[in-house]
Design a protein around this ligand. Structure first.
Ligand code: ZN
Length: 434
């Protein structure tokens, strides 16, 4: 295939990342632990399709004779590697049989193509593409939130387009009518945080202290972008202060595009029309701060299982209200909290209240999602009332620093808040969380 040839050719130029130790926290014994993904991907804007090749380095006990990965509706062309015997796809799962071997470390190469119906959104006029959340629909991966890995993203785009992706931009190579963007993320995050966007974006940037802030859009002017995102540096400093952890990348990018809100590692996509809301009312920045807060709570301090998803979403939702308190005052904070409470009370009226720690998180309803976001944020507010502001924020910092780069369950959060404050919070957590 022509595209295959292009990818292989360009790929041979790339540098492979080496093995590094990976955080095992959260993985069960004999569970697949991906160390790194090295993906080369080429989107076809006319066909709405992708062609990809991913090198996956992983560890698994040699007694295990197969691995399973998630692959959406992708068509698998080839799986190669020293210990690969054969592969088969069942539904959205790719099963790869492995031969006898001695080491834990292993490497496989998967070639695939497809027309993703979710996880990746093409738009034809203007021509742009961006990813949202369901990474396995555009890259074969282990999609458990507990398996964090290093990422290299080599993106082949039509010449002249801009590209934003997870990690740091290492190099740009022009080759005839194409551009190869090489991105590398040298720290581990879960696969759902990986992503990219390609388009003919307007761009503006702001350099502040150590971090370059970049704002992109198809249709807002650079001046409008500067105005919409003017509080970003403020938010970043606020979350650094509250978490006790400095932002850890050299850039943070925001793109107003399409129809989704999604945090990814190092950047966020925000619904295109949202820009107009912020231009009309400059206090409408909750979604900007929510997605930025995920760079700490979610991307780096990640729920180990989706049943503890509130540790990602309630935190980001609460942090946006906390930023508003700092930026616009107590009344703005309280009006956010009241809005969260209202959502929660409506859910209760429908008799759909549930504990924040879900038994399982399969096909969550709209109310289930709203519980995790809004009841969760309201409960964090109540916890602050219970503990007192000073003790609450001290606990949040202790928890954030202790679990930065790791995976968490609710008990980790509870124990951290108890250890930091010396208070027993069991009654509170039993009532509001469990
Ligand atoms: Zn969120």
């Amino acid at each position: 295939m022509h595209h295959q040839y292009t990818i292989n050719l360009i790929f041979s130029l790339l540098i492979f990342s080496s093995f590094t130790n990976s955080g095992k926290a959260g993985l069960l014994e004999n569970e697949l632990d991906v160390i790194s993904y090295n993906l080369t991907i080429e989107p076809d804007f006319y066909k709405g399709s992708i062609e990809g090749m991913v090198i996956i380095k992983f560890q698994i006990d040699p007694i295990v004779n197969f691995i399973t990965l998630k692959a959406g509706d992708l068509l698998i062309d080839k799986v190669t590697g020293e210990s690969v015997i054969e592969f088969k796809k069942t539904g959205q799962t790719l099963i790869i049989d492995l031969s006898e071997r001695e080491k834990n470390e292993n490497e496989i190469i998967i070639n695939y193509h497809g027309n993703p119906k979710t996880g990746l959104f093409f738009h034809s006029a203007p021509a742009y593409v961006y990813t949202v959340y369901s990474t396995s629909h555009w890259m074969v991966c282990n999609d458990l939130p507990s398996d964090k890995a290093i990422l290299s993203l080599n993106i082949i785009a039509p010449k002249g387009k801009k590209c934003v992706a997870s990690g740091e931009l290492i190099e740009i190579q022009e080759k005839e009518e194409k551009t190869l963007f090489q991105w590398h993320q040298n720290y581990e995050t879960p696969a759902y945080t990986y992503g990219f966007a390609i388009g003919n974006f307007n761009k503006t940037e702001e350099k502040s202290e150590a971090v370059l802030l970049e704002y992109f859009s198809e249709n807002y002017s650079p001046e409008e972008l500067s105005s919409i995102f003017k509080d970003t540096q403020n938010m970043l400093s606020f979350f650094e202060e509250k978490s006790g952890i400095e932002y850890y990348q050299t850039t943070y990018s925001q793109i107003l595009i399409g129809d989704h809100y999604q945090e990814m590692s190092g950047f966020s996509v925000l619904k295109n029309i949202y820009g107009n809301m912020v231009l009309k009312d400059s206090t409408e920045t909750n979604l900007i701060s929510h997605e930025l807060a995920h760079q700490w709570w979610g991307n780096r301090i990640t729920c180990k299982r989706w049943s503890h998803f509130w540790l990602n979403e309630a935190f980001a939702t609460y942090m946006s209200a906390a930023f508003n308190e700092y930026r616009f005052g107590k009344n703005k904070y309280l009006s956010d909290i009241n809005a969260y409470l209202k959502v929660y009370e409506d859910i209760k009226k429908r008799d759909n209240d549930k504990p924040l720690v879900f038994r399982n998180w399969v096909n969550p309803s709209r109310d289930d999602r709203n519980l995790v976001y809004f009841k969760g944020a309201y409960v964090l507010h109540l916890l602050r009332e219970e503990m007192g502001s000073e003790s609450f924020w001290k606990g949040i910092k202790f928890y954030s620093q202790k679990y930065f780069g790791r995976s968490v369950e609710t008990i980790d959060f509870q124990k951290a808040m108890e250890e930091s404050s010396g208070e027993n919070l069991q009654t509170f957590f039993d009532k509001w969380v469990y």
